[in-house]
Design a protein around this ligand. Sequence first.
Ligand code: SF4
Ligand code: SF4
Length: 435
Amino acid sequence: MLYLVKKRTLKEIKSKIENGTATVMTVQELIDRIGNDEKVQFEDVDVITTATKALMSGLAGIFSFRLSPPKKVRKFENVSMNGIPGYPGPCPNEYLGIIDLILYGTAQSKTQENYSGGMLFRDLVEGKSIEIVAKSVEGIEITKKLKLEDFQFARMMGTRQAIRNYFAMLNPTQKKVETIFSVFPIEGNYSQMTFSGTGAMNPFQNDPDADVLGIGTEILVNGSKGYIIGPGTRNDKLKPNMQTIADFKGMKPEYMGAFKTSYGLESICSIAVPIPILNDKIWNNIIKSDKDVPLVVLNVVGRSRVAEITYGHVWSNNFFVKFNSKKCKKCDECSVEKDCPTNAFCLKEGIDKSRCFNCGMCVVSCPDNAFEADLKKVSMKIETINEIKEIPVVLRQSDRYGAIKLAEELKAMILKGEFILKKPIEKLEFFPKVF
Ligand code: SF4
Ligand code: SF4
């Protein structure tokens, strides 16, 4: 039998976009259409938009700004923003009064409790003033308030972004365990499960061999145009990831911030990536649904494998968390207001959707079920003890709803000609896995 290889070029896709005949869809739209038994074929779709919104610890802000007139000090050596220490340099800017600074998203403030680089980045994007305190080598201390618009250069770099999904975690031991994979210490005896990953929406899930994504691919980082600048620090074949850069100016606060875990604050970042459907291989990856995407379950202590399920077990039109004020009994102390990992809930106002991560913690912790979302209970075979267990999901550390929103924004930009698809300049290098 003669098998015809299906192909189209980027040039053809771009001219279809220009003359208004291209079909651009988010992955979620494609999944929904296929799920509704619609026959969607290679010929029907030109570009899909993929996205993830998740905890991404490899974030750093790179800033350059003036703090004093030239000649006043030789150079600055201790610099903080809202109490968070940064790393001045590498350029010393001798006698210029200018500071170049790198500040980590995971760094914690020395002056404000529960305040991290991820929150600072969001505050900057929200237009808030940031207090800079800098000490020069001569011992002169300067304090100044700056807003994002005052920075000559303010970009977010990600060293390991949009990793191809992640894992689920459970605790087989007898004791609770504090971990970055849970808001509260995760209970033992296989009684709770948390997970990360936007499943079939994830960019690398749709291009696992990086056939389309490469150095120079334009992307959206928190809504701002940015680029893939290289492979992420642990870019291996199983879990590909990317290094990115994007201007803080143009980012949207709802896609960023920080997430409190029982072992500290992690940064939130959202990335959307277009995938032009150039051939069958790309198409065959794209049509995979959540049920086709494996989710490996690990022991939170030591991260050894205990089971395997799929993202179809945890993501199924259950993306959005709602608050039903009629069910709220106005407890003396609202546990959700106190412990919401993104400070998105207050009793007076309800859920601030620009902060909510749709993590589901509130669904589990509110005693009167005032929060609604089907977090799922998953039946799985625990390989280590050869037993079937049904384990409830208590936390989602990726926000599929937020990812869909960003993928929709990217789709609209492509169709309006505001986001031009480009060929990467080089392939992403894969590294051998380091154990
Ligand atoms: S814990 Fe639930 S019921 Fe109690 S005040 Fe908070 S939202 Fe209302
Ligand atoms: S889902 Fe609930 S706990 Fe999670 S961020 Fe939103 S309001 Fe907070």
